[in-house]
Write a protein that binds this ligand. Structure first.
Ligand code: HEC
Length: 106
């Protein structure tokens, strides 16, 4: 609990949101970027639960590239008609790290 809290504080103090780091760091980055407004860790909110995304692309070696791009540029039609807005404020590397983290959620 304490460690997660510290990670959250560290992440929120940095001007650039994303850090290379542990799952707790990445969860803090996702939180800071508003991902949890639309995604649950497991369950669907507006977009699919992150665990559902990980299950869908299990074994797909191209998925991190594709999803990193989609997180930055937005898109729709994979999970339903509701689009995900673009997150152009995220750098390519940061979006890719978020995609890798989502894919690692079981
Ligand atoms: C305003 C709501 C909203 C926000 C904020 C949002 N998403 Fe999404 N996300 C969606 C929706 C809706 C979909 C389903 C899009 C589709 O069907 O293609 C989605 C899909 C996804 C997918 C799966 C894409 C695919 O092609 O299978 C990933 C990964 C994802 N979001 C990650 C993120 C991350 C990381 C963030 C934070 C930076 C984020 N989302 C913020 C609504 C949102």
């Amino acid at each position: 609990m304490k460690i997660e809290w510290v990670a959250l504080v560290v992440a929120s103090l940095l001007p650039c949101a994303a850090l290379a780091g542990t799952a707790a760091d990445m969860q803090a980055v996702a939180d800071k970027n508003g991902c949890f407004a639309c995604h649950g860790m497991q369950a669907k909110v507006i977009g699919p639960g992150f665990a559902e995304v990980a299950a869908k692309y299990k074994g797909d070696s191209q998925a991190a590239d594709r999803l990193g791009k989609k997180i930055r540029e937005g898109g729709k039609g994979v999970w339903g008609p509701v689009p995900m807005p673009a997150h152009g404020n995220l750098g390519e590397a940061d979006a890719r790290k978020l995609a890798e983290w989502v894919l690692s959620i079981g």
